[in-house]
Ligand binder design. Structure first.
Ligand code: FES
Length: 168
């Protein structure tokens, strides 16, 4: 009888030990994994920053900005996801210009000639932000810096873009 009770107590103790170990482990994982991710992320970003993505054929370009969407797989610690981005690309002489569609005011998406009242400009519908063809922000509208510009490379007739960077 005593022995059975002892077994019962031991089993409760074990249960408590397992439970506390489990909860402790779960809490430790909650603290350690984000720290590990924080440590690994810059390495992953550095790798993807060097990647150039094929976006368009040079033959398709004109002297007017055209929208090109491109997708690629992004690995973020444990998750691989497909990311789609956009570039507004045009050719001026020998130079190929690729601009980010992200408004530098609060991040809405701009469009070329998206507003009839402002032809030959990029227009942001959120707060009326406007940009010239080269991405320069138009004074008197909310954005305070130009659209970001993608790094561009041409290989065998294909336009590749890298990271979009500030023009200031
Ligand atoms: S987000 Fe574009 S003007 Fe405000």
């Amino acid at each position: 009888m005593v022995s059975e009770e002892q077994n019962h107590n031991v089993s409760r103790r074990q249960f408590l030990t397992y439970t506390l170990t489990g909860v402790g482990g779960f809490m430790a994982a909650g603290i350690i994994l984000p720290m590990a991710r924080f440590a690994i992320d810059p390495v992953l970003q550095a790798e993807s920053a060097g990647d150039m993505k094929a976006v368009a054929s040079v033959d398709d370009l004109t002297d007017q900005p055209q929208r090109f969407d491109f997708s690629y797989e992004q690995e973020d610690a444990w998750v691989t996801s497909e990311v789609t981005e956009t570039a507004w690309i045009y050719q001026e002489g020998d130079e190929i210009i690729a601009l980010s569609p992200t408004c530098t005011h609060l991040g809405c998406t701009v469009g070329w000639e998206a507003n009839q009242d402002h032809p030959k400009e990029f227009f942001c519908p959120c707060h009326g932000g406007r940009f010239k063809k080269d991405g320069t922000n138009i004074e008197g509208t909310p954005p305070t810096e130009p659209l970001h510009k993608y790094e561009v490379e041409v290989q065998q007739g294909t336009v590749y873009v890298g990271k979009a960077e500030s023009q200031v």
